[in-house]
Structures are given as C-alpha cells and as structure tokens.
Design a protein. Structure first.
Lengths: 459, 342, 221
C-alpha cells in the first residue's frame, strides 16, 4: 500500500483550530490572572485605608484607649460581595479587642508601611492588613497594632466569572474557528484546485505552457509544470519524428526491393528463379506489413495516452475508407457494400486512431476474403452507441477466440499464405478501449467473420 | 391544650440545662418518638407555636423541639457552647451576623437563598424571616388629650414638659443586658444624635431598664409604666389586650426596623430538617401565620413605600463594628453617663 | 499516359519507371521538388506520383502549392512515413490517393486507374484488336460495337493478352500480372478466368487459344 500524504487542508484546519484553542486558553488565563491582580490591588487599597481609619479612631483616654468602630467602615469592607470581616487590636503587644487569635503579620508594620498578608483563619482564606501606630497611654507611648482581615470570595468569584466569560468568548472564537478555518482552507486551496482543473480540462494535444493565473506561492509549481510540459512536448515530438523516420527508413528500401523483385519476376523465364523471386516478394510484403503494424501500434499507444477529443463522423469515415479500399477489392473482383443510416452518427475521440482501427478491420476483411466475395460495412445506432460491423465471407476465426486473436503477434492458425503480422486486431481492440468503446469478433454461421466496433455516441 | 404542652417543659428543661446557657422556655411539638428538628430562638414560644404546628401538620411524623432564650444566650449557645441546633432564629441581627461571619453558619440550600432579595440575606448563610418595626408605646392616659408624639423630638418635649406624669414610669431595654436593646440603641445613635438627649431626659425621669420587650409591655398593662421606648412592635401587637389604653406609635423621624434572622449552624444534626422548617417559615403560608400571630406587625417589603420613615437595619458586617468590645464599652459608658445625670 | 514520378530513391524510381514504361506509359522522373517543378513547367502530365520525404522539402508542401495554384493534375502520394496520421493529412491536403511503400504494382495500377476514372478520364487510350475495342482506363470493352460487361480481373486478363497479341503467354506470366503476389493462387485459377473471359468475348473474331503445355495467346482474324 502507498502511504497517503497528509492532506494540506487537514493540516491547515488542524493548525488553525489548535491556534484558536490556544488563544482561548491564553485568554482565559490572562483574564483570570489580570482580573485577580487588578481587583486585589484595588481591594488592598480599600482594606488598607479602612484599617488606617480604624487605627486613627483609637483615642487615648484615662486608664487606656477608646475606640469607636464605625459601622460604615465595616459595611464598606464587606460591600464587595458580602465578605467576612475579622479585626484585632493589640496594645502593648496584647490583644484588647476583636478576635484575639487572628493571625499576626509575618513582619511588623511601621507607621508608614502597612503589611498585607494572607492567612487562613476559621475555615476562611483571609487577606489581612496590619497597621501600626502608637498611642499615649498613661504618659507612655504604647505601640498599637490594628489588623483587619477580609475574605476575598466575592473578588475571586468575580475574577472567575470574568475568566469564565473570557473562556466562553474563547470557546466561541474556537467554535467559529472551525468553520472559518475550513472556509479559509478552501479559499487558500481553491487556486490549486482551479489550476488542477485548468490543466485537467486540456485536450491531450494541448501542450501549451500553463498560463492560468496562480498565487505567487504556486508560481514555482507552475514553472516546474511548464518545464515538464516543455520536456514532454519535446519528447513527444521526438517520438513522433522517430516513428516517422523509422517508417521511412524501413519502407523505402523494402519498396525498392519489392519493385526490383517484381521487375525481375516479369523478366525471368525459368521456373526456379521465378519461385525464388516470388518468395522474395512475399517476404518483403511480410516485413512491410509487420513494420506497418508495429509502427501503427506504436502510434496507437502513443496517441491513446493523449486523449484527443475530436468529433468524428463515423458514417463519413466509413464511406471514405470503403472508397479507398475499393481499388484493392477490385483486384479480387470483390464488392464492398456500405450501409449507412440517414442520421449522422458521431463519436468523440482521436480521429486518427478510429480511422486506423476501422481501416485495419476493412483491410483484414478484404485480405482474408476470397475473390468474388462481398465485404459488408454497416453503421447503426445501438442504444447510445454507434455500432460498426465489418462482415466478410472469409475463413472465419478457425475456432480461435477473439481474446486470443487480439493478443499481440498472434495470428489465426488458418491464415496460411496471407501476409499479416497479427497486430491488426490488437490495434483495433486497444483503440476501441481507449475511446470508451468495445470490440467484438464473431464467426458467422454461413462462413466468414463479423467484426463489430462500438463507440459511444456523442451528444 | 397549651397547658398540657407546657407541662412537658420541666422534663425537657432538665435535659437542656446540661448546656451552659440559660433558656427561658422550651417545648416539644409532635409525636414523642418522631425525629426532632431542634430550634433555638429568641421568638416567644407563643409566637413560634402556630408556625411549628402548621409545619408539623404538613409534615406528620416529624417533631420539633423549641428552646427559647435571650439573644445573648442564643449567640452564646451556638458560638461558645457549640450546641447542635438545626435552626437558630434571633432578633439580634448583630449577634446573628457575628455567628455567620465567624463561620458558625452553614451554607443554606440555594432554593432558599435565591428566592430572597439581596437586603434579606447575607451571603448564603443568614436570611431574614420577618421585618419588625421597633416602636414607642405610650399610655393614652399620660397624653392628657394631646396627640401622641410623632418623633423623638416630640417625645423629648413631652417628657420634659410633664415630668410629674413620666417620672419613674418610663421603661426601655437595658442595653447592657439585652442584645436587642443594644442593637436598637446603636442604630438610634447611628441615625441621629437625639438619642443622647432622650437618654438624658429619661435619666432625669428615672427610666426603668428591662431585659425584654415583654416586661416593658407587662409594666404598661399593669399601669406601672406609661411609656415604653424601643419595644418590638410585634410583641406589643400580640400582648396588649383590647382596651388597654396603650398606643403603639411609630416614630416618624425614623423607625428602626429589625430583621428577624435565621441560620443553620454548621454542627446541626439535621440541617435538612432545619432547612425544611426555614423553607416553611419563608413560604406564603408561614408568613401569613406569622402575620396573624403578631397582629400584622410583621411587615412585608411593600410597607417601606407607604411608611417611608421605616429604617431597616442593614444585614451586613457593619453590624459587627458595634460588637467590638472596645466600641461597646465606650458606647455603653457614654449611654450610662447620659442616663445617670447628677 | 504521361506520369511524373517524384522520388528521391534512385533504385525505386528506376524500377517503378521501368515497370510503368513496360505497360506503355511515359514516365519522367524527378529526384527532387525543384526538378519536379522544372518538369511541370514544360510538360503536362496525366498523373503525378509523389514521394513525401524529399531532399529539398516535404512532399506535402509541394502538394499544397500545386493545389493553391489550381493545378489539378491528379496526385497519388507514395508514402513511407508512419501510416496512421499521414494518410488523413495528405488526403486533406488534396492528394487523390495514397499508397504506403512498399506497394504492389497491381495495386498501384488499379489506384491510378481509379483516380483517373474518378477525375472523369479526359484521356482516351483506346486499344483495338480484331473486332475488340478496349479502354483500359474506363474498363470498357466492345465486341463488334456491342458492349460487353467485364469484371476487373477479366479486364486485366484481356489487357495483358492485348499487350502482346499473338504471343504465347505462360500461365505463370499471366498469374503474376493477375493476382497479387501476396495472394495464394491455385493452379487452375488462370483457367477459370480464361474460361470466363472466353465466355464474355463470345462471338468476337478475337479468340484466346490454348497452346498446350505453353500457355495462351490472343488471335484474331
């Protein structure tokens, strides 16, 4: 099995989706941290100010200190999401009011610098601030420590809510990213598809360079494609030239040989020489046919790959071929009967190949038919197909199957004496297949062969 | 029927006395062997009973054990004693708030919390079950045909002008003993300075100090008192007999309005039972029963638009500031000083 | 008839020319296109036999120029190129017919005749012997002025006999002229056609005699 290269579209889509998922997560984390930090700073400011206010409300009175805690201060501290509040006031290092067991700050605050700290107290996570001042009690400066702590559940809930909203936004972005990435993958890849379509739409003979507008990124591909087309064009031209040249170089000497032999035959008197000359002519003939068919076959193979789409009028072609074969048939006093429908039957394909196939069939029919016989060529419409039948009254197939006959270099066992290379039927069969048609060969009950070709009718 | 129920008190009393806090009354509702929802409250047994009975009627097979105690005792029981009650109801909003703040209250089921407006709950720990105005009671006889005072200033003028009528016959809470009394006074002080002048006047007239609204009302009924200041309106409405000649006067400068609050302690043995009872109290049925019992003085929020002088006490940690010992000491010292005029 | 043979292979050209001359045609040979142009400039031709691959150019170009010039001398292309595509091209360019090398002389003759016939045969080359009149191009035979309908092989047999009246032609010689060399021929095939021809020519003063052991000859009286 061939490993499938990963699809570009899938790669693009996956990358875009991963990117947007990453963005969503980053958004969540950033918003959560940002919101927590921002609100923490604000709340610390409020807490610090409230605590300083409480510290300032401490008054020195006879026998100690006096405090009037303002409900407003506490209300304010609790306002953000109904937080819990704890306080503690120490004078001379001893708790005098509030929660005596409220945790002390990690380091002592100064009058200038309150200390903020976190601690756990009574099943709650507290944010605390400690503020220091001094108070004259009984004529001595007594250090005073005011600690106020509050829970930050509301703040956390708000930060979490914000982060969740951000995450939801991220999720929405993520969800939008899926169709969007599919869309953009399609948009990005569309030029490739268009290019492929433009190249695919070309006919087999269209070997012009690709001029279809393509994005800059595809330019190297188009360039390479064009270079390849140029090379292909050159190779094809060389192949065609080679086939033509080979044909020329084989046939010309054969033609000379044959006509010289024929001349010699006419002039020769003694029978052994004549027999030799006949043999020579026959051999020449055979080489020529083989060469013809080999070259024909090479051409068929070469052209079948090019997928030309000409409109071919099969009736006109059959008529032209029948006319062309008439002189050859006349030599054997044979008749070629043509039966064509009134309507024009057309197929689309390579006219040269179709002509070669049909010519081979008629050539076979004329060649294998006895003198004074008739070759029938008929063309009919057969359920969307154009059916061409070439019927002769020759020797038939000699019991061989069509498949075997169509194999390259095989000849019917009963051709004795008739020159042929056996490639003729192969050419016909391959052409029919290449044109989307079919070829069948059948022996007729009354003797002879019926060769049938089907080509799809074009609309 | 009430006598039969009261007779069971002695037995229960002996059991609950094992706790260090003082109770004023107790009662068991429902079948003897039924699982009990234990309720601790400042609410008078008489007020609580109809609610409990209605609840049990809906939930046969349950029992309720109710202990009535002063607000200080209620707070102490939950806080220091850790007594395992399933529902704690108190008029002392500050003490309830402190319990909740200090982590003694359990989170209430969301269905209870979410139905309540923001002003009627603190977080999901403490909820308001009734609004109660704090009123002035004055005997018609003391007015001498004059209209009743509509504000503290009127009251001060009235008391000052007729010392012969009011001397020794003014009753109010002793804030040093009563949590509710302290709360009302601090709220008064927060709203206006007139309370200090009133204190001075009441001091001069030898005002008598009581632990509870009930005693002030009794004094008025008995004729020993002619003025009761800062009395819970619901008690007055329920306890003043027809034709007692005592007027319930809302102060139109401001009338402190209390929220009776409930919480479920963290160590409740049957928090679901407590929640079920609380849910019933908050339901329309429960609220109607309370309104009937207290003669309509349990107010609905609508009252605040028709009586703009109603000043609700905010259910928030601002209540905690007056509980600070130094603040409390200073406040009570100031109040005592104002009252004990030489 | 006058042929112009344009063919660069000297050997092939020689044998084709000899062969055509043997049949009584006049043949001018041009080894290149320029030579061909020279010939065409000075003499009219009945038929041009044109090779495609020539030293000084492509036969198809020549064909195109001929047709562009409205010169309508029939052209039969003798091609050695790959058969498949060239055929169609050359016919499209105005060739009357084509033959792929190597070719059978009999077929060449047949095609020449067919082309000339198709072109409406302005050339008359009537042969007569005794009371026979024969038009080899038109395939027309009359006996004492009476038209006889002969088939192709019968005509060709008559033509061969008429080419050497009075001479004895062996069976082999006749076979070589009558049948394609690539075709198997039975010994009595000639006898069959001789019999047919005699029957067709019945009543004529010309007769086909059998010379036992030697062959046949045409005699007329």
């Amino acid at each position: 099995m061939r490993a499938r290269a990963p699809s570009l579209r899938r790669r693009l889509v996956v990358q875009l989706i991963v990117l947007s998922a990453g963005l969503a997560v980053a958004l969540y984390v950033a918003v959560r941290l940002g919101a927590e930090r921002a609100s923490e700073a604000t709340l610390d400011g409020i807490l610090g100010a409230a605590t300083s206010t409480i510290a300032e409300e401490l008054r020195s009175v006879e026998g100690g200190a006096e405090l009037d805690l303002s409900p407003g201060t506490f209300s304010m501290l609790a306002a953000m999401g109904e937080e819990r509040i704890f306080h503690r006031i120490d004078i001379n290092g001893l708790p005098v009011t509030g929660y005596a067991d409220l945790p002390l700050p990690p380091q002592a605050p100064t009058a200038l610098q309150p200390v903020f700290y976190d601690a756990e107290y009574r099943d709650a996570d507290l944010r605390l601030v400690a503020v220091a001042r001094s108070l004259m009690i009984e004529n001595r400066a007594a250090p005073v420590l005011v600690i106020v702590g509050q829970t930050r559940e509301g703040q956390r809930a708000i930060a979490l809510g914000l982060a969740n909203r951000a995450a939801a936004l991220g999720l929405v972005v993520f969800l939008f990213a899926i169709p969007f990435s599919l869309l953009s993958a399609r948009t990005l890849l569309r030029p490739i598809g268009r290019l492929a379509e433009a190249v695919g739409r070309r006919g087999g003979h269209d070997l012009r360079p690709v001029r279809h507008p393509a994005p800059a990124e595809l330019a190297p591909l188009v360039e390479q494609l064009n270079a390849f087309i140029a090379r292909l064009r050159q190779t094809l031209a060389q192949t065609e030239t080679f086939i033509a040249e080979a044909a020329h170089h084989i046939r010309t000497p054969l033609a000379t040989l044959r006509s010289e032999a024929e001349m010699a035959l006419r002039q020769a008197g003694d029978e052994p020489t004549r027999a030799r000359l006949r043999g020579m002519i026959r051999a020449t003939e055979e080489s020529a046919r083989s060469a013809n068919q080999l070259l024909d076959h090479a051409t068929v193979l070469f052209r079948a790959d090019q997928k030309a789409q000409d409109r071919v009028d099969l009736g006109a072609m059959a008529r032209a071929l029948a006319e062309r074969f008439q002189p050859t048939a006349d030599l054997k006093d044979m008749e070629i009967c043509l039966s064509l429908p009134e309507e024009t039957l057309e197929t689309s394909g390579d006219a040269v190949l179709i002509e070669a196939a049909l010519r081979n069939l008629i050539d076979n029919a004329v060649k294998y038919s006895p003198a004074d016989s008739t070759v029938d060529i008929s063309l009919v419409d057969d359920l969307g197909y154009a059916r061409i039948e070439v019927t002769d009254r020759g020797r038939g197939l000699g019991g061989e199957t069509q498949a075997a006959l169509a194999q390259r270099f095989r000849r019917g066992a009963n051709v004795g004496g008739v020159v042929g290379s056996g490639l003729g039927l192969t050419i016909v069969s391959e052409t029919a297949t290449a044109m989307g048609g079919r070829f069948a060969l059948a022996e007729r009950e009354e003797g002879g062969t019926c060769a049938t070709l089907w080509f799809p009718r074009s609309r | 029927m009430r006598h039969a129920l009261v007779s069971t008190l002695a037995l229960i009393l002996s059991v609950t006395l094992a706790w260090g806090f003082e109770t004023e009354a107790e009662r068991h509702f429902g079948p003897e062997n039924a699982p009990r929802i234990r309720v601790l409250g400042t609410t008078d047994l008489a007020f609580f009973s109809p609610v409990a009975e209605a609840f049990l009627a809906e939930n046969p097979g349950l029992g309720i054990e109710y202990l009535q105690a002063s607000s200080q005792s209620v707070s102490l029981a939950v806080d220091a004693e850790g007594a395992p009650f399933d529902l704690v109801i108190s008029t002392a909003m500050d003490l309830q708030m402190k319990l909740a703040n200090d982590g003694f209250a359990r989170a209430l089921p969301p269905d209870i919390v979410q139905r309540l407006p923001g002003w009627a709950r603190w977080r999901d720990r403490l909820v308001s079950i009734a609004l109660e105005p704090v009123v002035l009671l004055i005997a018609q006889s003391a007015l001498n045909g004059q209209p009743p005072p509509r504000s503290r200033r009127d009251l001060i003028a009235l008391l000052r002008d007729h010392p012969e009528t009011f001397a020794g016959r003014i009753g109010t809470y002793d804030p040093r003993i009563s949590g509710a009394g302290y709360l009302f006074l601090t709220q008064d002080a927060r709203m206006s300075d007139s309370i200090w002048r009133l204190a001075e006047v009441m001091g001069r007239l030898d005002a008598r100090l009581y632990c509870c609204s009930g005693e002030v009302i009794e004094g008025l009924i008995a004729g020993d008192l002619v003025v009761g200041y800062n009395v819970l309106g619901s008690y007055a409405a329920a306890n003043l007999p027809e034709g007692s000649g005592v007027l319930v006067v809302p102060m139109e400068d401001f009338t402190i309005t209390l929220q009776r609050t409930a919480l479920i302690p963290v160590n409740a043995a049957d928090p679901d039972g407590g929640a079920a009872l609380l849910r019933f109290i908050l339901s329309d049925v429960g609220q109607d029963i309370q309104a009937q019992v207290t003669g309509g003085s349990v107010m609905r929020p609508e009252s605040f638009t028709s009586q703009p002088w109603l000043m609700p006490i905010r259910l928030d940690p601002g209540l905690l500031s007056t509980l600070d010992t130094m603040t409390r000491d200073r406040f009570l010292a100031e109040w005592t000083a104002a009252l004990d005029q030489p | 008839m006058r042929f112009l043979l344009i063919e660069d292979n000297a050997d092939l050209a020689r044998s084709v020319r000899e062969r055509l001359e043997m049949d009584g045609h006049a043949v001018d040979h041009a080894a290149s296109l320029s030579e061909a142009e020279d010939h065409l400039a000075v003499a009219p031709y009945d038929l041009i036999l044109l090779d495609i691959t020539l030293p000084d150019g492509d036969g198809r170009g020549f064909l195109q120029r001929q047709r562009a010039r409205k010169a309508d001398t029939p052209v039969i292309v003798l091609t050695a190129r790959s058969a498949v595509s060239d055929r169609v091209d050359t016919l499209d360019l105005g060739a009357d017919d084509y033959l792929t090398k190597p070719f059978d002389f009999a077929e060449l003759e047949a095609r020449c005749r067919a082309v000339l016939r198709r072109r409406g045969g302005t050339v008359t080359n009537l042969q007569s012997y005794a009371d026979l009149v024969f038009d080899p191009m038109g395939g027309f035979v009359s006996v004492a002025g009476e038209n006889r309908d002969l088939r192709n092989r019968e005509l060709r047999l008559l033509e061969v006999l008429l080419s050497a009246p009075g001479r004895i032609l062996s069976k082999d010689q006749l076979c070589d002229r009558l049948f394609s060399l690539s075709e198997p021929v039975s010994d009595n095939a000639i006898e069959v056609y001789i019999a047919r021809l005699r029957k067709k020519l019945e009543g004529s003063t010309a007769r086909i005699e059998t010379v036992r052991g030697l062959g046949y000859r045409l005699t007329g009286g």
